[in-house]
Design a protein around this ligand. Sequence first.
Ligand code: GDP
Ligand code: MN
Length: 394
Amino acid sequence: MTPVILVVTEKSVVDLFEYQGKQYFERYDIPTPVGDVADSVEQALAVAEGIGYPVVLKAQVKVGGRGKAGGVKVATNAAEVLEHANAILGLDIKGHVVERLWVEEASSIAREYYASFTLDRANKTHLGMLSAQGGVEIEVVAEENPDAIAFLSIDPVRGLDLATARRWVHEAELDEPAREQAAELLVRLYRCYVEGDCDLAEINPLIMTPDFVVKALDAKVTLDENASFRHPEWNAFRATDTTDPREIMAREKGLNYIGLDGTVGIIANGAGLAMSTLDVVNQVGGTAANFLDIGGGANADVMAAALEVINADPKVRVIFVNIFGGITRVDDVANGVLEALRRVHIASPIVLRLDGTNALLGREILEPYLSDTLITEPTMVEAARRAVAFTQGA
Ligand code: GDP
Ligand code: MN
């Protein structure tokens, strides 16, 4: 039995690619090197020619340590761009395959610093971290040289003013010529973090060039999904987040869907129940094709959207609908399923387990439509067995 492990956090967040993070920084006037994205070797060359040499080619994957993994290379001419773009595109960095490059003007580096803002939940404040020892992972600095990090607790009501930022860069012992620019940049980064609804805004390295210009050479931004209602511009970030066509389709329909490799399509209400459903399907010898929590809104639209997404997955042999009615009423779910079946032709058999509020009524509504391929079972395990049997050709 293959265990299925899913991490579903209560607080949902969106990690940005470096280039998206830099574009986000630009909205708040945080200086970053000029650059553009490239999805192919040819595009990389075109961008490089437009910028002028030297340029840096950077793998766009949502994982740190790209530099060490060979995902960050300087090119001083066209031939080197071709060579490095070829090497980096398709490179596997800690399980993330590089599909996109960020090509930017190369920077000369005199010093590498570290700066970030994040939430200190225990303390109910924001937490700023600043260090003159950047360029390496902050965890390593924290371990080996904890005194090299200047922590700043920020009262969310009072915010961060320039005077405080000036004291902070002094305390962190940033080089004298970098301090004023860094203080101003930190105030902007804080604004980006708060107004931009970030969970994390991190710059590593924040650099000072030999001619004393301070700018963000890397960007790690995590957005707080709970604030997405006030950021329509975030849609652009989501669109490029996944390349799984099922997940893209699900997202367009507003579903909380994660594609997996198995053959049993799953629709459940509530993340906890959806996970239990995965476990039970596994226990009885099946494999889940997806994780899908339709939440409390199990109406016909949501049901039709869910069935459509699962239906579009060619691996799916059966669909297991597992609903425990609470605030969601099972009769609404039943009507939703019927309405969805009228709208979408579903290729796979459907096994339903409906329990909780108005379960009896729900089953009565479905009764006249039940068939060899539309089945209800009274318990989760029985329904899982029935569903898995379909995948085994029974
Ligand atoms: P990460 O390894 O994923 O954190 O990627 P970074 O964007 O932080 O780049 C890693 C390292 O590459 C940086 O710490 C720099 O030392 C180096 N680097 C990145 N861009 C440039 C550049 O424009 N010029 C130079 N000289 N080094 C760079
Ligand atoms: Mn970095």
